[in-house]
Design a protein around this ligand. Structure first.
Ligand code: IPM
Ligand code: MN
Length: 363
């Protein structure tokens, strides 16, 4: 199989983690006789500096011409004084809009070896396995009007959803719930916001087509607490853009590190694959960042864009094996360095790569 992928590493630790992720993808491709056709383009702060815009036209064209986009991270402190419309993040938001993927899948599961890394007690998180579906193209991020009116000393954003936007993402969430434990939690703030009332009513309408799936609604404030107290009771969690952004960072605590959360955005013209974490500018260029979220994102790419489930499973198994053997990046070793082997970003990439090769050869 030929896989045409646009690689856009972005800022901060982006290039390092993407390198590690690509190494693993190359290994898988080689083992299965697949061809990776890679194109590389700039996005975010890196693009602002070279091209004067966070999403250059050739990056967008290459993205639309690819079968999948593999992205590192965007954002850098040096752009902090710029308005949202000129920041690196704007490039990512424009790319998401252009690609059209509205369902951002963020799986959160606790590898047994990493439960000790979480500040939560092991009996609370062991076995937790949640799939967040974050709506990615609507809500506060994109709603209009939006403005900071300096003269008036007033600023506003708009949380807006149409029924169609909620319906399409809810369908994806219910379909995925059918393949899992058939439990769906929809998160909103329907006790205060009209937009959440529309959200809830629409989710209930879609739910009527999925009688096997148990539906529960939670307010976002309560949900943020339940996630920390009883994460094992959740299966699929569906929520709007901003709530999903916040809750998934929170939920990463269950995995032991924000560096463990992959993501896939599906439903549009071209799927977008990016780890859920940011560009961590303070860690950039040190070869210490955790590449596992990006490596696991590569597994999602193989699964969702190319149907290579065996290969995707092999990557997840390889990550588990590497963790079982005590290999850790800095973020995963802080709490109990005894008996563990510290690896750099590139070493971790190589370790997973070698392990996946062994797994695929013996499969
Ligand atoms: C994420 C990030 C992005 C978002 C930023 C970088 C725009 O935080 O993917 O979670 O808010 O969606
Ligand atoms: Mn985020």
């Amino acid at each position: 199989m030929k896989m045409k992928i646009l690689v856009t590493a972005g800022d901060g630790i982006g290039p390092e983690i993407v390198d590690a992720g690509l190494g693993v993808l190359r290994e898988v491709a080689q083992a299965g006789g697949h061809t990776l056709e890679l194109d590389y383009k700039r996005i975010g702060g890196a693009a602002i500096e070279k091209d004067g815009t966070p999403l250059p036209a050739d990056t967008l064209a290459a993205a639309l011409d690819s079968e999948a986009v593999f992205l590192g991270a965007v954002g850098d402190d040096k752009f902090n004084s710029l308005p949202p419309s000129k920041r690196p993040e704007k490039g990512l938001l424009e790319l998401r809009t252009a690609l059209g993927g509205f369902a951002n899948l963020r799986p959160v599961f606790a590898f047994k070896e990493l439960t000790v890394n979480s500040p939560l007690r092991p009996e609370i998180i062991e076995g937790a396995d949640i799939l967040f579906i974050r709506e990615l193209l609507g809500g506060l991020y994109f709603g209009k009007p939006r403005e900071w009116n300096h003269e008036k000393g007033e600023a506003w954003n708009t949380m807006r959803y149409t029924k169609d936007e909620v319906t399409r993402v809810a369908r994806v969430a219910f379909e995925l719930a059918c393949k899992r434990r058939k439990h769906l939690t929809s998160v909103d703030k329907a006790n205060v916001l009209e937009v959440s009332q529309l959200w809830r009513a629409t989710v209930n309408e879609v739910a009527a087509n999925y009688p096997d799936v148990t539906v529960e609604h939670q307010f976002v404030d309560a949900m943020s607490m339940h996630l920390m107290k009883r994460p094992r009771e959740f299966d699929v969690v569906l929520t709007e853009n901003m709530f999903g952004d916040i809750l998934t960072d929170e939920a990463s605590v269950i995995t032991g590190s924000l560096g463990m959360l992959p993501s896939a955005t599906i439903g549009g013209k071209v799927n977008l694959y990016e780890p859920a974490h940011g560009s961590a500018p303070h860690h950039a260029g040190k070869n210490t960042a955790n590449p596992l979220a990006t490596i696991l994102t590569g597994a999602m790419l193989l699964r969702h864009s190319f149907g290579l489930d065996t290969e995707a499973d092999a990557i997840v198994s390889a990550v588990r094996t590497v963790l079982e053997h005590g290999f850790r990046t800095e973020d995963l070793a802080r709490t109990n360095p005894d008996g563990l082997t510290m690896l750099s970003t590139s070493e971790m990439g190589t370790k997973v790569r070698e392990t996946v090769k062994t797994l695929l050869v013996n499969a």
